[in-house]
Design a protein around this ligand. Structure first.
Ligand code: ATP
Ligand code: SF4
Length: 278
């Protein structure tokens, strides 16, 4: 495999901050949060990359309107697929390597590990302010491969996503232990699908218990970044191949995630400044 002309430390030098998106359980909206945060960072004027490291369930391309695209090879490695508004997002996913997009990935750990490392070493990410990595649920070989591929990156932090009903101290503690053992800073926890926003009157009804994410954050001594409501307009937008050519109104879930993106950006900027001076 051709190596990247950015040298082995290309990512360390050319990507200012890395944000890992983690969750203890599947289906809590980790990919949705990753995709929406990427779009919010872009709208805040940042250069953004998004790596879909969920090899067995690559859902990000559909959410970003890049379903069916194939990756191109440049002289020095893979070129990320350009997606999102004005093709401003650099995106990489195993889905872009499959000839049949419905193929199932049934690979053992070493093959998955090798591909993840390749995504970090052989993709020409270029200069980025933020690389978001959407990881599979739990803590697996893929997570270790991501961290090995990013080893020594000065600003690599994580965000935990949970839902009110999936809130389990055990799950989140496992994620936190993983982050602590690997020296990954945790920026905070997001409670997704927190209350249902009525599409008729915009009233928010708490279907499940509320506040679990916040009390969990307190208990685990991490920052609570906010609640994102269960918003049918977001689900409709994410679950079809998204079209950025028509103007869309921002729903309540998108607005909540945009606010979270602003907080994260501030945190990562501060960490990047500290890393520069140390
Ligand atoms: N705030 C929300 N409001 C409405 N629908 C949402 C919201 N967040 C996520 N969804 C929907 O929930 C479903 C699961 O979301 P998503 O694929 O992001 O979860 P995930 O945690 O990445 O799952 P997995 O880890 O199993 O791949 C999707 O259909 C998505 O559109
Ligand atoms: S919240 Fe109000 S408008 Fe919405 S479905 Fe319920 S009763 Fe109807």
């Amino acid at each position: 495999m051709a190596s990247n002309d950015d040298d082995d430390d290309g990512l360390q030098k050319r990507v200012r901050c890395v944000l890992l998106v983690l969750s203890g359980k599947g289906g809590v909206g980790k990919s949705s949060v990753s995709a929406q945060l990427a779009l919010s960072f872009l709208s805040l004027g940042k250069k953004v990359g998004l790596l879909d490291a969920d090899l067995c369930g690559p859902s990000v391309p559909l959410m970003i309107g890049a379903h069916g695209k194939n990756v191109q090879r440049g002289p020095n490695g893979w070129l990320p697929v350009r997606a999102g508004p004005s093709s401003s997002l650099s995106l990489m996913s195993v889905a872009f390597l499959l000839s049949n997009k419905d193929d199932a990935i049934v690979w053992r750990g070493p093959k998955k590990t090798a591909l993840i490392k390749q995504f970090l070493s052989d993709v020409q990410w270029g200069d980025l302010d933020i690389l978001i990595v959407d990881t599979p649920p739990g803590t697996s070989d893929e997570h270790l491969a991501v961290l090995e591929g990013l080893r020594g990156h000065p600003v690599c932090s994580a965000l935990l996503v949970t839902t009110p009903q999936a809130v389990s101290v055990g799950d989140v503690r496992r994620e936190l232990t993983f982050c602590r053992k690997t020296g990954t800073k945790v920026l905070g926890i997001v409670e997704n699908m927190s209350g249902f926003v009525c599409p008729h009157c915009a009233e928010c009804t708490n279907i499940f218990s509320q506040g679990g994410g916040e009390s969990l954050a307190k208990e685990c001594d991490i920052r609570f970044l906010g609640r994102v409501p269960l918003d049918p307009s977001l689900a409709l937008t994410l679950d079809k191949d998204r079209d950025f050519s028509c103007a869309a109104t921002e729903g309540p879930a998108e607005a909540a995630l945009h606010h979270i993106a602003e907080i994260l950006l501030q945190e990562m900027n501060e960490d990047a400044k500290v890393a520069q001076t140390s």
